[in-house]
Design a protein around this ligand. Structure first.
Ligand SMILES: [Zn+2]
Length: 454
């Protein structure tokens, strides 16, 4: 833009500027883009629960809350911590010698701990001598099956590129989630290039044996973190509206079209982006009557683990939480449905009746979605419902073909739509925090609640 154009541009803008300042801070498409792009980048490796990438993501969210001038909650912390069972592994505690038999030719390979070979999974058996084993590239369909099988009867050696998240995540002394697999051998990762290329013949003629050992896995509780921040209210500051989304996703898995990172852009980097941007916007506005508690949950994809732990040991009394606004998959409306949003379990309380006009004020239309009933128990709002709190998920899209696939990427999000929906949820959050009456279950909702508790 030239100076002349800029001047003309400013002359149009300037008279309106004082008015703009008096209004709510705008959530811009640019802010949405940069935030969701960071969360769903390949560097986050699909934000798997228990991964170092998810830990770093949680710290990044806490930093955003801190910079926005929000407050820490209980224990003067940005985190609500809870343990999951796991083990400590050490990449230096692995020994592996492989013998390759090919026709009459036999070759022995001594692999160096940490630089060539690392331990990926825990096993009950800690050592083996001259055992038949499987050696294959990560992309090999056989290996893909073995990696996700419940137990292995023989040691598995998986060749991975040195820049693959599995290889990077398995370095050093590290905690891994999950219990030991019964009577099984470990999966060992082998850095690609540590073995010379296989002979050019049919690989079925090659057999491998392994002499190996791994360190005894030490059982530990692995701390997991929900990230939270508070915007204190005024006249009803002991009552809370909880605005939430899950910041975890499913990590790295079977490749589709060569892409193995399940970015989880829509699910649920969009909801997490909304929580962050609404928190930042509210922090700049005059405080609401009730307090607003922002929570980004971990472990959702593993069975609502973060929100369950949160509701078991809540940092504020749950009977003072008037509503949970949970945000799920805001970025991919069906064809022709941009500017629309829907609510899970909308017919169970007056939550949707309150949301409708508030969303409408920011140009978003509340519609019904065919699966809204079934999806009511499918996200973190359900943990609150089971404690009696009026809790629903708001979504701005559908269960698209990239759901839980590597193709759930930022370039497929409808950012103008998402920006509008986030602005509308900000409006609704303020409405919930300021209005006199708290949302209530209706008869159908109370009935559902009873069923849910059983
Ligand atoms: Zn989700």
């Amino acid at each position: 833009m030239t100076h002349r154009h800029l001047a003309a541009f400013l002359s149009v803008l300037l008279p309106a500027a004082p008015l703009v300042r008096a209004q709510a801070p705008t959530i811009t498409e640019e802010a949405v883009r940069t935030t969701v792009s960071w969360l769903a980048a390949d560097e986050r490796a699909g934000r798997d629960t228990g991964s170092p990438e998810l830990v770093a993501t949680g710290e990044w969210i806490a930093e955003r809350f801190a910079k926005a001038g929000l407050q820490k909650v209980a224990d003067n912390s940005w985190y609500h911590e809870f343990p999951l069972p796991g083990h400590v592994l050490d990449s230096k505690a692995v020994k592996l010698t492989l013998v390759r038999q090919f026709g009459d030719e036999q070759k022995t390979f001594d692999l160096a701990a940490d630089t060539d070979v690392r331990q990926w999974t825990v096993a009950e058996v800690l050592t083996g001598e001259g055992e038949a084993c499987t050696v294959a590239q990560l992309e090999d369909p056989v290996m893909q099956r073995l990696l996700f099988a419940k137990s292995a009867r023989r040691p598995i050696v998986c060749e991975v590129p040195a820049d693959h998240p599995y290889w990077l995540q398995s370095k050093g002394v590290r905690p891994v989630l999950g219990k030991a697999r019964e009577a099984s051998r470990p999966i060992l990762l082998l850095r690609q290039g540590a073995l010379p290329p296989a002979p050019p013949q049919d690989h079925r003629e090659v057999t491998w044996t392994a002499t190996w050992s791994v360190g005894a896995p030490e059982k530990v509780d692995v701390p997991q973190r929900n990230v939270m921040a508070l915007r204190p209210g005024t006249t009803k500051k002991d009552e809370y509206v909880v605005v939430s989304a899950h910041y975890d996703h499913v990590g790295v898995g079977s490749p589709v079209d060569g892409d193995r990172i399940y970015n989880g852009a829509d699910d649920d980097a969009t909801g997490t982006t909304a929580v962050i941007l609404i928190a930042e916007a509210l922090a700049k506005m005059p405080p609401t009557a009730r307090s607003v508690l922002f929570v980004c949950f971990t472990g959702e994809e593993r069975g609502l683990l973060g929100s369950k732990a949160f509701c078991e040991r809540p940092p504020v009394p749950l009977d003072k939480v008037v509503a949970n606004v949970n945000l799920e998959m805001l970025g991919r409306p069906e064809e022709g449905k941009a500017g629309q949003a829907w609510i899970t379990g909308h017919d169970l309380s007056d939550f949707a009746a309150i949301a409708g006009p508030a969303l409408q004020r920011r140009g978003v239309e509340l519609v019904e979605f065919p699966m809204a009933g079934r999806l009511f128990a499918a996200s973190d709002n359900w943990s609150f419902v089971q404690k009696g709190v009026v809790a629903h998920s708001i979504s701005g899209g559908s269960l698209h073909k990239d759901y839980h696939q590597p193709g759930d990427q930022v370039d497929k999000l409808d950012l103008p739509h998402m920006t509008k929906v986030i602005g509308a949820v900000l409006e609704f959050t303020r409405e919930l925090a300021d209005r006199d009456a708290a949302p209530q279950w209706n008869d159908k909702g109370r009935e559902r609640l009873q069923r849910g508790k059983r």
